[in-house]
Ligand binder design. Structure first.
Ligand SMILES: Nc1nc2c(c(=O)[nH]1)N[C@H]1C(S)=C(S)[C@@H](COP(=O)(O)O)O[C@H]1N2
Ligand SMILES: [Mo]
Length: 240
């Protein structure tokens, strides 16, 4: 078992983060209910492989299990502390499942993770193989619920939460960074940072992370109020 609530630079949390009680359902999806999970749910694999294939829960169950206790950091400044995840290490998954299926001529540089709700994240291969990245099926000793990404999600605790795609349905292996479609400067400033490392405060594209902190500070309370008002359940919810 690995524990990575790193105390780096003398800080308990990465710069600009504040701890919240419990683990709210975060995300860019709050106005949608969690997606339906098909009974025969699988993770499709595509991109630089000899032939596309899919990975079933039974395939995952054959791989070594890993437990990881870590804090979880949303780019909007909220951190949930000491979450206990359990699943398959992405490095083991890569070695045992993805690497043998690769097109021999391909040099993979990036991995794309897609969720059932069409959320997607892009991770460099180096960051994906960092050792603290999991395909997680359990949280705090129980199977993931729909708020937190059932039946399986990515968890990359050293990167902002938007990387940790929930309800994982597809993995694509790329041999070059995906080409962005963002034309305008404003959009480029605001796009997700390609590495999104929390201790480096890599929040957004080309803006220094600390510049966007005050914007989130202002935006988050009204968004939280709106979300709480819009949801029937008792759970707390915050945007981004
Ligand atoms: N499929 C999917 N995964 C997602 C999101 C989403 O909207 N859909 N939001 C991301 C964001 S912005 C955050 S902070 C985390 C929140 O995880 P949680 O809802 O389990 O707290 O999920 C990430 N993964
Ligand atoms: Mo987030």
């Amino acid at each position: 078992m690995t524990t990575t609530h790193a105390v780096a630079h003398g800080l308990r949390l990465p710069p600009g983060q504040r701890a919240v009680e419990g683990f709210p359902r975060f995300g860019t999806h709050l106005h949608h209910p969690a997606p339906e999970i098909p009974a025969d749910h699988v993770i499709e694999v595509g991109g630089a492989v000899r032939a596309p294939f899919s990975v079933s829960p039974a395939d995952l169950a054959r791989l070594p299990r890993r437990e990881l206790t870590a804090d979880f950091h949303c780019v909007a400044g909220w951190s949930a502390v000491d979450l206990r995840w359990e699943g398959v290490g992405f490095d083991d998954f890569y070695r045992d499942v993805l690497a043998p299926a690769l097109d021999p001529a391909a040099a993979v540089t990036h991995v794309v993770f897609r969720g059932l709700d069409h959320h997607r994240s892009v991770v460099t291969l180096e960051d994906a193989l960092a050792g603290d990245v999991l395909l997680a099926e359990n949280l705090d000793g129980r199977p993931l619920d729909s708020d937190h990404g059932a039946p399986v999600r990515l968890v990359s605790p050293s990167q902002y939460g938007f990387v940790s795609t929930k309800h994982l349905s597809r993995i694509e292996l790329l041999t070059a960074p995906p080409t962005g479609s963002h034309g305008s400067l404003a959009l480029r400033l605001l796009e997700e940072h390609p590495r999104a490392r929390v201790w480096e405060e890599e929040r957004h594209g080309t803006l220094p992370g600390r510049w966007v902190r005050p914007v989130y500070r202002l935006l988050v309370p009204p968004l939280r109020a709106l979300c709480a008002w819009g949801r029937s359940g008792p759970r707390e919810a915050v945007e981004q």
